[in-house]
Design a protein around this ligand. Sequence first.
Ligand SMILES: C[S@@+](CC[C@H](N)C(=O)[O-])C[C@H]1O[C@@H](n2cnc3c(N)ncnc32)[C@H](O)[C@@H]1O
Length: 193
Amino acid sequence: MVAIIDVPGGVQTAAKAATKAGFPLSCDPGVGRLLGVLAAGVPPHGAILELGTGAGVGLAWIVAGLVGRTDVRVLSVELDADLGAVAARQAWPDFVQLESGDALEVVRRPDRWDLIFADAPGGKWYGLDDTIDALLPGGVLLVDDMSPAEFVDDLHRTKTADVRERLLTDARLVAVAMDWSTGIILCTRSQPG
Ligand SMILES: C[S@@+](CC[C@H](N)C(=O)[O-])C[C@H]1O[C@@H](n2cnc3c(N)ncnc32)[C@H](O)[C@@H]1O
Protein backbone atom coordinates (compact mmCIF):
# COMPACT_ATOMS: atom_id res chain seq x y z
CA MET A 1 0.00 0.00 0.00
CA VAL A 2 1.32 3.42 -0.99
CA ALA A 3 0.70 6.22 1.49
CA ILE A 4 0.79 9.58 -0.26
CA ILE A 5 0.47 12.67 1.88
CA ASP A 6 0.66 16.30 0.83
CA VAL A 7 -0.43 15.84 -2.79
CA PRO A 8 0.80 18.97 -4.62
CA GLY A 9 -1.82 21.52 -5.70
CA GLY A 10 -1.05 21.08 -9.40
CA VAL A 11 -1.63 17.35 -9.09
CA GLN A 12 -4.96 17.93 -7.35
CA THR A 13 -6.01 20.31 -10.12
CA ALA A 14 -5.06 17.82 -12.84
CA ALA A 15 -6.80 14.97 -10.99
CA LYS A 16 -10.00 17.04 -10.77
CA ALA A 17 -9.75 17.82 -14.49
CA ALA A 18 -9.31 14.10 -15.21
CA THR A 19 -12.40 13.25 -13.18
CA LYS A 20 -14.42 15.98 -14.88
CA ALA A 21 -13.31 14.70 -18.30
CA GLY A 22 -14.17 11.11 -17.33
CA PHE A 23 -10.56 10.05 -17.88
CA PRO A 24 -9.70 7.05 -15.66
CA LEU A 25 -6.11 6.34 -16.72
CA SER A 26 -4.10 8.95 -14.81
CA CYS A 27 -1.00 7.59 -13.14
CA ASP A 28 -1.29 6.18 -9.67
CA PRO A 29 -0.08 8.46 -6.83
CA GLY A 30 2.81 6.08 -6.07
CA VAL A 31 4.05 6.36 -9.65
CA GLY A 32 3.49 10.11 -9.58
CA ARG A 33 5.53 10.54 -6.44
CA LEU A 34 8.34 8.49 -7.96
CA LEU A 35 8.17 10.60 -11.13
CA GLY A 36 8.65 13.71 -9.02
CA VAL A 37 11.66 12.15 -7.31
CA LEU A 38 13.21 11.22 -10.66
CA ALA A 39 12.47 14.66 -12.12
CA ALA A 40 14.24 16.28 -9.17
CA GLY A 41 17.36 14.28 -10.05
CA VAL A 42 17.56 15.42 -13.67
CA PRO A 43 20.85 17.25 -14.22
CA PRO A 44 21.06 21.01 -14.80
CA HIS A 45 19.53 22.01 -18.16
CA GLY A 46 18.22 18.49 -18.58
CA ALA A 47 15.21 17.30 -20.54
CA ILE A 48 12.16 15.23 -19.58
CA LEU A 49 9.70 13.54 -21.95
CA GLU A 50 6.30 12.11 -21.08
CA LEU A 51 4.60 9.86 -23.63
CA GLY A 52 0.85 10.17 -23.11
CA THR A 53 -0.20 13.34 -21.27
CA GLY A 54 -3.67 12.13 -20.38
CA ALA A 55 -5.28 14.87 -18.31
CA GLY A 56 -1.92 16.06 -16.97
CA VAL A 57 -1.62 14.21 -13.66
CA GLY A 58 1.79 12.65 -14.33
CA LEU A 59 3.01 15.93 -15.76
CA ALA A 60 1.88 17.75 -12.62
CA TRP A 61 3.92 15.31 -10.50
CA ILE A 62 6.96 16.00 -12.72
CA VAL A 63 6.48 19.75 -12.32
CA ALA A 64 6.13 19.33 -8.55
CA GLY A 65 9.45 17.47 -8.49
CA LEU A 66 11.08 20.37 -10.32
CA VAL A 67 9.94 22.95 -7.75
CA GLY A 68 12.30 25.92 -7.68
CA ARG A 69 13.87 25.03 -11.02
CA THR A 70 13.39 26.62 -14.43
CA ASP A 71 16.36 25.09 -16.25
CA VAL A 72 14.72 21.81 -17.33
CA ARG A 73 12.83 21.28 -20.58
CA VAL A 74 9.68 19.19 -20.16
CA LEU A 75 7.75 17.90 -23.18
CA SER A 76 4.56 15.86 -22.92
CA VAL A 77 2.87 14.42 -26.00
CA GLU A 78 -0.74 13.26 -26.33
CA LEU A 79 -2.47 11.67 -29.32
CA ASP A 80 -6.03 12.49 -28.25
CA ALA A 81 -6.61 16.17 -29.02
CA ASP A 82 -9.57 16.44 -26.60
CA LEU A 83 -7.45 15.16 -23.72
CA GLY A 84 -4.60 17.40 -24.79
CA ALA A 85 -7.00 20.31 -24.48
CA VAL A 86 -7.93 19.23 -20.93
CA ALA A 87 -4.25 19.35 -19.97
CA ALA A 88 -3.65 22.59 -21.87
CA ARG A 89 -6.33 24.39 -19.85
CA GLN A 90 -4.23 23.97 -16.70
CA ALA A 91 -1.51 26.44 -15.67
CA TRP A 92 1.96 25.13 -16.48
CA PRO A 93 5.38 26.73 -16.01
CA ASP A 94 7.00 28.19 -19.13
CA PHE A 95 9.44 25.28 -19.39
CA VAL A 96 6.57 22.83 -20.00
CA GLN A 97 5.60 22.14 -23.59
CA LEU A 98 2.44 20.21 -24.52
CA GLU A 99 2.37 18.62 -27.93
CA SER A 100 -0.53 17.08 -29.80
CA GLY A 101 0.59 14.08 -31.79
CA ASP A 102 1.99 10.57 -31.81
CA ALA A 103 4.59 9.68 -29.19
CA LEU A 104 6.24 7.39 -31.72
CA GLU A 105 7.01 10.33 -33.95
CA VAL A 106 8.49 12.26 -31.01
CA VAL A 107 10.87 9.51 -29.87
CA ARG A 108 12.12 9.14 -33.44
CA ARG A 109 13.39 12.73 -33.48
CA PRO A 110 17.07 13.45 -32.78
CA ASP A 111 16.28 14.91 -29.31
CA ARG A 112 17.75 13.00 -26.37
CA TRP A 113 16.25 12.88 -22.88
CA ASP A 114 17.41 12.53 -19.27
CA LEU A 115 14.09 11.10 -18.13
CA ILE A 116 11.31 9.45 -20.13
CA PHE A 117 7.97 8.39 -18.67
CA ALA A 118 6.67 5.98 -21.31
CA ASP A 119 2.95 5.93 -20.52
CA ALA A 120 1.31 5.48 -23.93
CA PRO A 121 1.09 2.48 -26.27
CA GLY A 122 3.21 4.50 -28.74
CA GLY A 123 6.78 4.33 -27.48
CA LYS A 124 5.95 1.53 -25.01
CA TRP A 125 3.98 -1.24 -26.69
CA TYR A 126 5.16 -0.06 -30.12
CA GLY A 127 8.50 1.60 -30.78
CA LEU A 128 10.08 0.75 -27.43
CA ASP A 129 13.43 0.50 -29.18
CA ASP A 130 13.14 4.10 -30.36
CA THR A 131 12.28 5.20 -26.82
CA ILE A 132 15.40 3.51 -25.47
CA ASP A 133 17.45 5.11 -28.26
CA ALA A 134 16.06 8.50 -27.21
CA LEU A 135 17.60 8.21 -23.74
CA LEU A 136 20.84 10.01 -23.02
CA PRO A 137 23.61 7.90 -21.46
CA GLY A 138 22.67 7.83 -17.78
CA GLY A 139 19.10 8.71 -18.72
CA VAL A 140 16.24 7.07 -16.86
CA LEU A 141 13.17 5.34 -18.30
CA LEU A 142 10.11 4.64 -16.17
CA VAL A 143 7.23 2.41 -17.22
CA ASP A 144 4.25 1.66 -15.00
CA ASP A 145 1.15 -0.56 -15.08
CA MET A 146 3.32 -3.68 -15.25
CA SER A 147 1.55 -5.69 -12.56
CA PRO A 148 -1.00 -8.43 -13.36
CA ALA A 149 -3.80 -6.54 -11.62
CA GLU A 150 -3.56 -3.94 -14.36
CA PHE A 151 -3.94 -6.41 -17.24
CA VAL A 152 -7.32 -5.78 -18.80
CA ASP A 153 -7.24 -8.21 -21.73
CA ASP A 154 -5.04 -10.62 -23.70
CA LEU A 155 -3.47 -7.89 -25.82
CA HIS A 156 -2.56 -5.97 -22.67
CA ARG A 157 -1.15 -9.14 -21.10
CA THR A 158 0.94 -9.99 -24.18
CA LYS A 159 2.24 -6.47 -24.71
CA THR A 160 3.10 -6.01 -21.04
CA ALA A 161 5.02 -9.30 -20.95
CA ASP A 162 6.89 -8.23 -24.08
CA VAL A 163 7.80 -4.82 -22.61
CA ARG A 164 8.98 -6.49 -19.39
CA GLU A 165 11.14 -9.00 -21.24
CA ARG A 166 12.67 -6.42 -23.53
CA LEU A 167 13.45 -3.86 -20.83
CA LEU A 168 14.96 -6.42 -18.49
CA THR A 169 17.19 -7.92 -21.19
CA ASP A 170 18.17 -4.92 -23.34
CA ALA A 171 21.96 -4.62 -23.36
CA ARG A 172 21.73 -0.81 -23.39
CA LEU A 173 19.89 -0.71 -20.06
CA VAL A 174 20.37 -1.51 -16.42
CA ALA A 175 16.83 -2.31 -15.30
CA VAL A 176 14.81 -3.48 -12.32
CA ALA A 177 11.18 -4.59 -12.00
CA MET A 178 9.64 -3.39 -8.76
CA ASP A 179 6.42 -4.21 -6.98
CA TRP A 180 5.67 -0.53 -6.42
CA SER A 181 2.30 1.03 -7.05
CA THR A 182 0.89 -0.51 -10.28
CA GLY A 183 4.14 -2.38 -10.92
CA ILE A 184 7.03 -0.50 -12.45
CA ILE A 185 10.17 -1.13 -14.43
CA LEU A 186 12.87 1.44 -13.82
CA CYS A 187 15.84 1.56 -16.21
CA THR A 188 19.00 3.57 -16.64
CA ARG A 189 20.73 3.74 -20.01
CA SER A 190 24.31 2.60 -19.51
CA GLN A 191 27.13 5.13 -19.80
CA PRO A 192 29.82 4.37 -22.37
CA GLY A 193 32.79 2.61 -20.71
C1 LIG B 1 -2.09 5.93 -19.24
S1 LIG B 1 -2.66 7.33 -20.08
C2 LIG B 1 -1.52 8.59 -19.65
C3 LIG B 1 -1.64 9.10 -18.24
C4 LIG B 1 -0.70 10.21 -17.89
N1 LIG B 1 0.66 9.92 -18.31
C5 LIG B 1 -0.68 10.43 -16.41
O1 LIG B 1 0.31 10.07 -15.77
O2 LIG B 1 -1.66 10.96 -15.88
C6 LIG B 1 -2.16 6.99 -21.73
C7 LIG B 1 -2.40 8.14 -22.68
O3 LIG B 1 -1.70 7.89 -23.88
C8 LIG B 1 -2.45 8.42 -24.95
N2 LIG B 1 -1.95 7.80 -26.18
C9 LIG B 1 -2.32 6.61 -26.75
N3 LIG B 1 -1.55 6.36 -27.83
C10 LIG B 1 -0.70 7.41 -27.94
C11 LIG B 1 0.33 7.74 -28.86
N4 LIG B 1 0.65 6.92 -29.86
N5 LIG B 1 1.01 8.89 -28.69
C12 LIG B 1 0.69 9.73 -27.66
N6 LIG B 1 -0.28 9.47 -26.76
C13 LIG B 1 -0.96 8.33 -26.89
C14 LIG B 1 -3.88 8.11 -24.57
O4 LIG B 1 -4.78 8.95 -25.26
C15 LIG B 1 -3.86 8.35 -23.06
O5 LIG B 1 -4.20 9.67 -22.76
